[in-house]
Write a protein that binds this ligand. Structure first.
Ligand SMILES: [Zn+2]
Length: 313
């Protein structure tokens, strides 16, 4: 009996801890919105992006944005004293957000105020924010990922989005095994960057995650394909589709279970080529760490999402 009570207590406290870090983050993002008039979801998206490019991110850390020291303290300010006036003298961007008179690059409120002020130098419109982000990261993919994530957070008015789904309808027949890394002959020797899920023509294909449709159209290998950028800096690639659902378009926000189109056998030739292999969905996943993007094995994730889908059924 005591064990059960302890167990329940343990589970409750870990659930609460998880909720509280999201609540704490949200409160800080909204506070910074009030101070800067920049919508909270941009701060949430920048923070999320930086947490996801880190190798060993601390999920309990409230804000994960690392402002480079030379930007925070100013060029030539080797003293790194947290005094706001001294930082300003060296043209540093570091700001005091929590009102303790110090601009501390480790303090969540100071970090968000600094980012907010940095953006305000460019303006408050969506385009201004985009330009500010470009000047901060100097990388199109970083800007795109942050803007997409902001759009998802804005749409769902939430930053704790953990639901997932399997990419083909589990009420249809399908089969798959681990095929990532297998050799493929077409178009020269390539490594298979995904998992093939075999299913009949017309089987519904779904979004597995929260994200934004980044890419659509014909691809020599992939046929009719869709690419979704999720809120974890992961690009989900769907290949060989028969066609797209009517409402699906580039820039659209999707959630787990949204139907994107159906299974087909398109690809391996000019637009419209079909039937060169049995119908299947090619599912690929690519992770971006802020400097480069690489393919990794989707199989373990597919297994997990399949279990989630079966629980919903
Ligand atoms: Zn494949």
């Amino acid at each position: 009996m005591l064990f059960i009570v302890l167990f329940v207590l343990l589970i409750n406290s870990s659930v609460n801890a998880e909720e509280s870090v999201y609540d704490e983050r949200m409160a800080l993002f909204k506070k910074t919105e009030a101070l800067t008039q920049i919508p909270w979801y941009y701060f949430a998206a920048i923070d999320n992006y930086e947490r996801n490019i880190k190798k060993n991110a601390d999920d309990e850390k409230v804000v994960s944005i690392d402002v480079p020291p030379e930007l925070w303290f100013g060029l030539g300010n080797s003293s790194m004293i947290h005094d706001e006036r001294l930082i300003m003298f060296f043209n540093g961007k570091g700001k005091d957000g929590n009102g303790d008179g110090k601009a501390d690059p480790e303090n969540p409120e100071d970090i968000l105020q600094t980012i907010g002020n940095y953006i305000l130098e460019y303006g408050q419109t969506k385009d201004d924010i985009k330009i500010a982000l470009w000047n901060y990261y100097n990388r199109d993919l970083s800007v795109q990922t942050i803007m997409n994530t902001a759009k998802v957070f804005q749409t769902f008015q939430d930053i704790n989005l953990t639901d997932r789904d399997f990419p083909v309808s589990i009420s249809h027949n399908y089969s798959y095994r681990s095929t990532w890394g297998d050799r493929r002959g077409f178009g020269g020797l390539r490594i298979h960057e995904g998992t093939d899920i075999f299913a009949g023509y017309g089987t519904p294909v779904k979004s597995t995650t929260y994200g934004v449709i980044e890419m659509m159209g014909w691809n020599l290998y992939g046929g009719w394909r869709i690419g979704i950028r999720d809120i974890y800096n992961i690009y989900h690639y769907y290949g060989h589709m028969n066609g797209y659902d009517d409402d699906i378009k580039v820039g659209q926000v999707v959630k787990p279970g949204d139907v994107l189109g159906s299974v087909g056998s398109t690809g391996y030739g000019p637009p419209g080529t079909s039937g060169k292999f049995p119908p299947h969905l090619h599912y690929g996943m690519y992770k971006d760490n802020g400097t480069s993007e690489w393919s990794f094995d989707p199989y373990p994730y597919l297994k997990k999402w399949e279990r989630i889908a079966k629980q919903k059924d």
